[in-house]
Design a protein around this ligand. Structure first.
Ligand code: SF4
Ligand code: SF4
Length: 360
């Protein structure tokens, strides 16, 4: 049983955030040369529902990290867009406010093109033998993980576990995690707009006789085309996927905790959209803003976050309408079950699904 700390949305101010992060203690010693990573997601170009820089700054200030020894970080991605290479990602993060005065610098964790990596061996009870993670972890002494809790196309929902497992993976690690995902073009719905072809960074899609066609041998399974198709003409072949993505994601999350001491996890239950911040448009929020949860245990934290979203009523404009007590993410995408990652996380020793909620 782990403690999960809750700060309601109305108390989100510097004093409230100080109470929320107090249980973390000192992330790194006040004196010395150790360095602290603050994992964030500055949002894809066009996305407006990522956690704003001004709120990230309040939380970072609350940790009271030694000046000059902390940095904000994230990794590059597999698909087309502004986050594929470090220079473009830096500019995007700047445009999204993540260079505001007083914030630590934003440093991309896996090199210019996502190929700077370290290899981390996993325990024998994991099916993944070795995880390929962002090289910056080898020089980082401690980390805190700030996550926007929202839906995700493949994982069901994204919170602390996804931010760890996918968010710290190198390009090779991301490829491995996605390689079980097989997209499928549903020709009868395809309008031939070409959006998916532009978004595919692997050249796996082409236009034939006015319809998108997939070359499966080139596809990395990154999932970008699924997110970008405006008419939902690309789906996942769930018969082939069978939960492999979630298993790999969760084992990668464990690998990150082996590579670096993660001192605290913070989940923001604000703008709980059906899709993630990797999308230009994550969709309308499903529930009213709830607040912020934090814990030393990523499994307990994601379980508590899911429970709070489940307990809430849907709001006008939500993509799903269902009563309080319903898993909104499951209602929106019946074939994805985010609780699989929680089950797996508990089984491999990442944390506990049992928690005690503490109001701060
Ligand atoms: S076809 Fe494959 S590689 Fe290309 S965007 Fe879709 S999932 Fe990614
Ligand atoms: S984005 Fe969708 S509708 Fe447009 S070409 Fe691709 S599959 Fe067809």
């Amino acid at each position: 049983m782990t403690d999960v700390y809750f700060l309601p949305e109305r108390d989100m101010n510097p004093e409230g955030f100080r109470r929320l992060v107090k249980p973390a203690g000192a992330v790194i010693p006040e004196k010395g040369t150790s360095l602290a990573a603050i994992k964030i997601h500055p949002g894809e170009d066009g996305n407006t529902t990522f956690i704003p820089a001004r709120i990230v700054k309040q939380v970072v200030d609350a940790f009271d990290l030694p000046a000059g020894r902390a940095f904000l970080t994230d990794t590059t991605v597999l698909y087309g867009g502004r986050r594929m290479s470090a220079p473009d990602y830096h500019v995007l993060a700047h445009q999204h406010g993540f260079s505001m005065p007083g914030l630590p610098p934003f440093i991309v964790a896996d090199g210019l093109r996502g190929t700077s990596e370290i290899k981390v061996d996993l325990p024998s009870w994991c099916e993944t033998r070795t995880a390929r993670l962002a090289a910056i972890l080898s020089e980082t002494d401690a980390a805190v993980v700030l996550s926007h809790f929202k839906g995700h196309l493949l994982a069901g929902f994204g919170g602390a576990l996804k931010n760890l497992g996918m968010g710290f993976a190198s390009r090779g690690g991301k490829l491995f995690q996605h390689s079980s995902v097989k997209p499928r073009v549903k020709s009868k719905f395809c309008s031939g707009c070409g959006t998916c072809i532009e978004s595919c960074g692997s050249g796996a899609l082409s236009m034939q006789e006015g319809l998108a066609v997939l070359n499966a041998s080139r596809c990395t399974g990154c999932g970008e085309c699924l997110q970008r198709c405006p008419v939902g003409a690309i789906g996942v072949d769930w018969n082939q996927e069978s939960g492999e993505f979630t298993r790999r994601l969760t084992e990668y999350a464990l690998a990150v905790t082996i590579a670096v001491k993660v001192k605290y996890y913070v989940n923001f239950l604000l703008n709980v959209t059906p899709d993630c911040d990797c999308m230009r448009n994550g969709g309308n929020p499903m529930v009213a803003d709830i607040g912020v949860l934090a814990s030393k245990d990523p499994v307990a934290l994601d379980q508590a976050s899911l429970d709070m979203v489940t307990a809430a009523d849907t709001i006008p404009g939500s993509p799903v309408t269902c009563p309080a007590g319903t898993d909104k993410f499951r209602a929106h995408r019946p074939q994805t079950d985010g609780t699989k990652a929680l089950e797996r996380g508990e089984r491999i020793g990442l944390g506990s699904r049992e928690y005690r909620m503490v109001n701060v």
